[in-house]
Design a protein around this ligand. Structure first.
Ligand code: SME
Length: 150
């Protein structure tokens, strides 16, 4: 993974004069296209005043999990814990919402704006044990950049 190339392209997307929604969609498309172990890339954000996440932009197969209550699944747990969550083997997780049998691992990184957890980026992979510190570094960078435009 060429992290400098990826970060520089993310910055370019963020700085374009487009709507936020278009930028988030481009980020999803870009990450899914460039990184072979990213099979689904999406953003969830807190749904208004509700204790739930709502799916925003994504790249990959459509999912029925467009609303996720806080505490449910990997995403819902991150909404409460405010911490990165890397699952190298989803079969080992009891509190997990499956988006299809092909998904083997998942990484979720929270997005903070003014110290508040407002959403997250969620990546599914069809490969087990695939996420490393580089993914965390890249996705934390993406989340920091996204916090500037939402
Ligand atoms: N697997 C997630 C649900 C969202 S899908 O991956 C798109 C979870 O357990 O929260």
């Amino acid at each position: 993974m060429n992290i400098d190339f990826l970060k520089s392209n993310i910055t370019t997307i963020i700085n374009q004069s487009e709507k936020t929604e278009s930028k988030l969609q481009e980020i999803c498309n870009f990450l899914k296209q460039e990184i072979s172990h990213y099979d689904w890339v999406g953003f969830y954000f807190k749904n208004g005043d509700k204790e739930e996440l709502k799916l925003a932009q994504y790249a990959g197969e459509a999912t029925e999990h467009t609303i996720i209550p806080f505490g449910k699944g990997i995403c819902g747990q991150v909404a409460i814990s405010n911490k990165n969550f890397i699952v190298q083997d989803v079969t080992e997780q009891d509190n997990y919402i499956s988006c299809g049998w092909k998904v083997k691992s998942e990484i979720v990184i929270p997005i903070f704006k003014n110290q508040e957890n407002i959403g997250q980026i969620d990546i599914d992979s069809h490969t087990q044990n695939t996420f490393t510190d580089l993914d965390t570094e890249l996705l934390e960078f993406v989340c920091e950049q996204v916090a500037e435009i939402v």
